[in-house]
Ligand binder design. Structure first.
Ligand code: HEM
Length: 845
């Protein structure tokens, strides 16, 4: 059933409201995908939280407009961003059967519009929505026999080859609408209906075709193969058969509609594929959900599977059977616990605690000083109280309901089940198929404190608050447009770095410290608007800010027993961890207070919208009474914590490891220097406009991220619902650690995996945006890193200039084999000992 979706057309005046349709599809059918023919906000919203995948269409009339990048950005802002990811939009179709319109202007704008929408999605920080466009079979010049299938001449090279190239690059499918209904004649009706027939023999391949659907798919496949694109996926955007038509209309009957659609569903789900594409399964969207009374022509009105009152015209095997009654006695083979549901609010959980403790049950253990007081959160206390109530009353499931805020589990909540993922195949299944289920973040002991009780993007539980704050962070700091606007700051700060190196020629230079100061200064200036004379790394009065940050990293990355055995949190009082945590929190808090205070002051004086930095924006949003998610000071501080914790050390660590690897690999260093000196020949420095030409440097950065990912276990996740991965049931609330290092050095995917070899990425389409699951330095899916656009240009510019201006060597007397490459414990994996190198001036002219 997984592969069968349904087209939800709305050319009718008698259809039920979208909310009812969404509930019907979710509860009564096995469809888990729908496709709509416009960006109808009511429909898209109605499918929020249903788990149903939604394909949205840009109508043909909007193609010319969205071919312009700014209009495409608007389109995405209006039609995707407000709904995604609560509605699981997974594909945008740009137009519908555009080639069939014959409108040359429209056709010429189709691919540019697809590209513009794709770019707009990336700019909005959305990496997992594909872009495609459905084609009618009219695009074919020949389709019989299937092996001779070819696209219409001229269109094949001018339109389809570049479009297929786009599909290949963006890993999106080619979408077609095969309708045997429009292709059969007197002699081929059985062949079209998947009924018994002699089949059609393709002499060129020796394959016998027993149904027209396969033949049409293989014809398209042959045409794609002829152009060299047989690796691109095919999705069946529409197919169907009407159940009624005009009197005497050939082939139209209820019986034929049943035969075609029932057999089609079985055929697709069987996974046998087609003669030329054996063992492949094609995502297939039936046409259509409802009969549509405003369509022209009787048969056109009767493609539906359901009437507007949801009664089936016929069942193609997609109606859910009614649930079997639960067994009289729940099996007691294992012990069960009652825990709060992941989506239960703190307010609801507090009222559960009040209810249980008010009912006479002993709640001393969760009072201050009691053995279960720690962790001191509403959720942890509710977990204790709700379970106590459930157990005392005999363990009946209804005693764990708590107005739908309780959940019976077989996992002992006092220890936390953890799944470590070390294979790209499992990561693929997680991020491709179960992304939402894996989108939770555990409220880790240290992170909870340092993120103001998970008030930031990185550690916020999956839900509305996370969505809102991630949107703010992306729009105001990390979108491609914003990042571009900071280019002069990057340029100035990298020049400052080059100058600092120049001041210490021929003596030991601490690259690690310089990289951290660079990253910190850029972040401070773009997020907090600090002037360059207030560079964070050079602050001498108070404790250096990066020292505080190192401690933060260690606290966040270190093993903490309370994260795995909550009942043993008391150990942290004894081993001093609580004290360290409190101290670090106070230091950070003081810093954030100062940042906010400075901004409140300066806001009172001036500030146009144009020169607002991120903190100004947050303060403005805080004052807006119409804001959906009200921001308090602690929320703002939580977001500042994000930027420092997730944004500073990651980029500087990458710079540090690139330089370390280059010094160990003189051949690669030399090649990179030759490239950069060639590209920026005659200039005084490398500029951002040169970066796109530095192909080898980009390979070096990829290879560094492969061997030294700044977050080797990504950031921990927690499942928010149970799901099946590779036949194993993963329960809700399981801690998930993705071992990116193991995956990125797995010999199954990487030859000679431990050798630093940038050339391995040459001519490969492996990108770090979370689509290649063997390469995940930034994670993947909806909780993947939104800071890629922000960090990569800075890393590239810094390395390019360091290589352009200077020759590099190890400290005198030190040999390459003596360089300490050990990693330090922390959330970000930096070098344990700072990287110190010697620079000498390179004669540019
Ligand atoms: C080389 C640089 C960077 C690397 C390697 C990196 C890596 C990562 C990784 C592995 C994750 C976890 C992803 C997952 O769970 O799938 C993450 C999350 C995150 N990163 Fe980055 N990051 C980098 C730079 C940045 C920058 C510059 C910022 C912002 C200024 C940033 C902000 C975030 C945020 C907010 C999250 C949490 C996302 C969420 O939970 O929704 N990162 N990063």
């Amino acid at each position: 059933d997984y592969f069968i979706g349904i087209n939800y057309g709305t050319v009718a005046n008698n259809l039920p409201p979208p909310s009812q349709v969404a509930g019907f599809i979710r509860d009564k059918t096995t469809f888990n995908k729908i496709k709509i023919f416009d960006p109808n906000g009511d429909i898209i919203r109605a499918f929020a939280d249903t788990g149903v995948w939604v394909t949205v269409t840009v109508p043909n009339g909007e193609i010319l407009s969205v071919a312009k990048p700014t209009s495409a950005q608007w389109w995405v802002e209006e039609n995707v961003v407000p709904f995604y990811p609560r509605t699981r939009i997974d594909r945008i179709c740009v137009g519908n059967e555009v080639m069939a319109t014959g409108d040359k202007n429209l056709i010429a704008h189709l691919l540019p519009a697809m590209k513009a929408i794709h770019e707009a999605l990336l700019a909005a920080g959305i990496h997992d929505i594909q872009v495609s466009t459905p084609h009618s079979m009219g695009i074919m010049a020949r389709s019989e026999p299937p092996s001779s299938g070819r696209f219409r001449p001229v269109y094949d090279r001018v339109i389809f080859a570049p479009m297929l190239q786009f599909h290949r690059e963006t890993k999106s499918p080619f979408m077609i609408c095969p309708y045997p209904f429009f292709g059969f004649n007197d002699g081929t009706l059985d062949y079209a209906l998947f009924k018994d027939n002699n089949g059609v023999y393709d002499e060129a391949t020796g394959k016998n075709y027993t149904n027209m659907f396969d033949a049409q798919l293989d014809a398209v496949y042959s045409a794609m193969k002829d152009l060299g694109y047989d690796d691109v996926d095919i999705v069946v955007a529409e197919t169907g058969w009407p159940s009624a038509g005009d009197p005497g209309q050939p082939g139209v009957s209820l019986e034929n509609a049943v035969s075609y659609n029932v057999n089609l569903v079985k055929h697709v789900n069987s996974g046998v594929g087609t003669p030329l594409m054996p063992n492949r399964t094609f995502e297939t969207y039936l046409f259509s959900l409802f009969n549509e009374d405003l369509k022209p022509g009787t048969s056109e009105q009767n493609f539906g599977l359901f009437r507007p009152d949801f009664s089936p015209i016929y069942d193609v095997g997609i109606l859910r059977k009614s649930q079997p009654p639960p067994p009289a006695m729940a099996p007691q083979a294992w012990k069960k616990w009652c825990v709060p549901r992941p989506d239960a609010s703190d307010a609801a959980l507090q009222s559960n605690i009040d209810f249980v403790c008010g009912s006479g049950l002993d709640c001393q253990p969760i009072k201050d000083g009691g053995p279960c007081y720690e962790p001191n959160t509403v959720r942890a206390h509710a977990s204790y109280a709700m379970n106590a109530f459930y157990q005392v009353n005999g363990g009946n499931d209804y005693d764990c309901n708590f107005i739908n805020t309780g959940l019976v589990t077989v996992n002992d909540p006092s220890s936390i089940p953890t799944l470590v993922v070390s294979s790209a195949d499992v990561a693929k299944e997680i991020f491709r198929t179960h992304d939402v289920a894996f989108a939770g973040r555990p409220a880790l002991y240290a992170a909870r404190k340092l993120s103001y009780n998970c008030c930031n993007v990185s550690f916020a539980p999956y839900g509305d608050y996370w969505r809102e704050v991630r949107k703010i962070l992306v729009l105001e700091l990390l979108s491609a447009k914003r990042v571009q606007s900071f280019s002069s700051i990057r340029d100035e700060e990298v020049s400052h770095l080059v100058q600092q190196v120049g001041n210490s020629l021929n003596s030991s230079i601490n690259i690690s410290a310089l990289a951290l100061a660079l990253s910190n200064n850029v972040v401070c200036r773009v997020a907090f608007g600090k002037g360059s004379n207030e560079r964070g790394g050079e602050n001498n009065g108070e404790k250096m800010f990066h020292e505080i940050l190192y401690e933060t990293q260690e606290l966040l990355g270190g093993f903490n027993i309370a994260d795995y055995f909550p009942n043993m949190a008391w150990i942290n009082k004894v081993n001093g961890l609580d004290k360290r945590l409190e101290k670090n929190f106070r230091e950070l808090d003081k810093y954030y207070d100062k940042v906010i205070e400075d901004h409140v002051d300066s806001r009172n004086r001036i500030k146009q919208r144009d020169d607002e930095d991120l903190v100004d924006v947050l303060l403005r949003i805080q004052k807006d009474p119409n804001q959906d998610v009200p921001l308090q000071d602690s929320h703002i501080k939580g977001l500042l914590a994000d930027i420092f914790i997730a944004g500073t050390d990651t980029s500087s660590t990458t710079i540090e490891w690139v330089m370390a690897e280059l010094i160990l690999n003189p051949r690669i260093m030399k090649k990179a220097q030759q490239e950069v000196r060639q590209v920026a020949k005659g200039k005084h420095k490398v500029q951002e406009t040169d970066l796109y030409k530095l192909e080898y440097l980009k390979l070096i950065i990829k290879e560094t991220l492969r061997l030294h990912p700044p977050a080797p276990l990504l950031v921990p996740r927690v499942t928010i619902s149970s799901c099946k991965i590779m036949d194993y049931e993963v329960p809700a609330n399981t801690r998930i650690l993705i071992n990116a290092t193991a995956i990125m050095t797995d010999p199954k995917y990487w030859e000679d995996p431990l050798t630093f070899l940038p050339e391995r990425f040459l001519n490969k389409e492996i990108d770090y945006r979370g689509q290649n699951f063997e390469f995940l330095p930034f994670g993947a899916g909806r909780r993947g890193c939104p800071g890629i656009n922000f960090s990569i240009p800075l890393v590239e510019l810094a390395i390019a200039n360091l290589l352009f201006h200077y020759e590099w060597s190890l400290l005198e007397g030190l040999k390459a084999k003596d360089l300490d490459m050990e990693e330090a414990l922390g959330l970000t994996m930096h070098k344990k000992t700072p990287l110190c190198l010697v620079a000498s001036y390179y004669e540019l002219y």
